[in-house]
Design a protein around this ligand. Structure first.
Ligand SMILES: Cc1cc2nc3c(=O)[nH]c(=O)nc-3n(C[C@H](O)[C@H](O)[C@H](O)COP(=O)(O)OP(=O)(O)OC[C@H]3O[C@@H](n4cnc5c(N)ncnc54)[C@H](O)[C@@H]3O)c2cc1C
Length: 393
């Protein structure tokens, strides 16, 4: 087999890259370890920055997103017995976020690729990128019990944090920046209409809670829990009880409950690998960096990386100009670090830490109060939350 760009991973990064490359007339093959059904059902992020929405819509993959996505013009920070709205329409006029499940983005992109005759090989095993430091790299893999190799001009490592591509870069090339948080998030998907029109970020002495949603019928909740917490310790009744305790803190507001569709615990971590490239291998999305989900940046960063990579590959194929490819990491890392800082900042602002004493907690509450009462501070939160502009693809 031969293609121009071999893409490892059919998450948002790999699929969007394949789609954008196709629009530029560049061929790719996507290799995915899981089944189509699995990746289309995998519940993860759900907040799209305006720039991500623009990219999906202008590339022709946003028709259902425009129909079904929920456009939000603000979020609520809830603490000290009060709700405080961060009003995007006032603070960052003309900008908003859209709530639309990551698995829906994945479904739309798979449909777009397959509809255009694109190749996605699901359920591949033993994926092995090869020859990344020479002009003719390739990827070996097992598919339908047969060992195969695909030759390409470039390899895109879009295989997430636990993928294999980052590990084939020779030792000493990458520098890793890593931060583990002393808590995890228990995520819950429930068949109940959201109790609020907008997301609620609640800071509470019992720990952080987030009320989110995926559609008018499906709510998404998160609870700060111990990092190695056992999900078996969280029967549904305990989850609802804890969500009520952390969220029902303003007069007249109550939480609607319903059947739990899915629940799981995710560790909270920040990670960056620099540079995001070596030879003919380019890392994008979670393969190169992860953020705690408090700032809702992971999927949006993946979209940004592959937009930058598409432009760079298009320049190389059209004129042989390698300058954008050479500058890929640098072009991505500026935004990656902004998102790293914002995600760390939101996490630190809203969670409780075991080492905090009463003084630290008062400082945190004072800062929350400042963020909500100062136009400068709330504008800073709003502009980071809705995200910076996305380049043309
Ligand atoms: C468990 C989890 C929960 C999350 N929850 C949230 C959330 O609630 N809110 C939020 O804002 N963000 C969340 N995120 C972050 C967000 O979902 C990611 O930033 C986003 O998925 C990044 O997209 P990606 O395409 O780079 O990576 P991924 O979506 O991880 O896609 C990588 C793909 O590569 C495939 N793959 C891996 N290894 C191989 C291999 N060896 N060969 C072939 N294919 C391979 C994987 O199966 C996967 O399909 C979560 C992430 C995780 C991991």
């Amino acid at each position: 087999m031969r293609t121009q760009v071999a893409i490892v991973g059919a998450g948002p990064a790999g699929l969007l890259l394949s789609h954008l490359l196709h629009l530029r007339g560049i061929e790719s093959v996507v290799l995915e370890a899981r089944s189509r059904d699995y990746v289309e059902q995998r519940v993860r992020a759900g907040v799209l920055e305006q720039g991500t929405v623009s990219t999906l819509v202008s590339s022709g993959a946003g028709e259902r997103l425009q129909r079904e996505g929920l456009v939000h013009h603000g979020i609520e920070l809830r603490f000290g017995g009060q709700g405080h709205r961060i009003a995007f329409e006032k603070l960052v006029p003309g900008r908003a976020i859209t709530v639309y499940g990551q698995q829906e983005v994945v479904k739309d992109l798979i449909a777009a690729r397959l509809g255009a005759g694109g190749q996605i090989l699901f359920e591949v095993g033993d994926v092995q990128p090869e020859g990344i430091d020479g002009p003719g790299p390739g990827v070996s893999f097992t598919h339908q019990a047969e060992r195969r190799t695909i030759k390409a001009d470039f390899i895109a490592g879009c295989d997430g944090f636990h993928g294999v591509c980052r590990d084939v870069i020779p030792p000493g090339v990458l520098t890793f920046f890593d931060k583990e948080y002393p808590f995890g998030w228990l995520g819950v998907l429930a068949a109940v209409a959201p109790s609020s029109e907008e997301l609620i970020y609640a800071s509470n002495d019992r720990g952080f809670a987030l009320h989110s949603m995926r559609s008018p019928e499906v709510s998404r909740f998160y609870l700060q829990v111990a990092p190695k917490e056992d999900i078996a310790a969280w029967p549904d009744e305990r989850i609802w009880e804890e969500l009520r305790a952390r969220l029902e803190t303003v007069p007249g507001w109550s939480l609607s409950t319903g059947p739990v569709l899915e629940k799981g615990i995710t560790a909270m971590r920040s990670f960056v690998a620099e540079p995001m490239q070596f030879g003919r291998l380019f890392l994008a999305g979670d393969a190169a960096h992860i953020v705690p989900p408090t700032g809702a940046k992971g999927m949006n960063l993946a979209a940004f990386d592959v937009t930058v990579l598409t432009r760079a590959l298009a320049a190389w194929y059209s004129s042989g100009d390698a300058s954008l490819l050479d500058g890929y990491s640098q072009a991505c890392l500026r935004r990656v670090w902004r998102a790293q800082h914002f995600s760390w900042w939101m996490t630190t602002l809203l969670h409780t830490f075991d080492h905090y004493d009463a003084y630290d907690r008062r400082l945190q509450q004072s800062y929350l109060d400042y963020v909500c009462s100062s136009a400068a501070a709330s504008t800073s939160l709003a502009e980071n939350y809705v995200g910076m502009d996305m380049p043309e693809h």
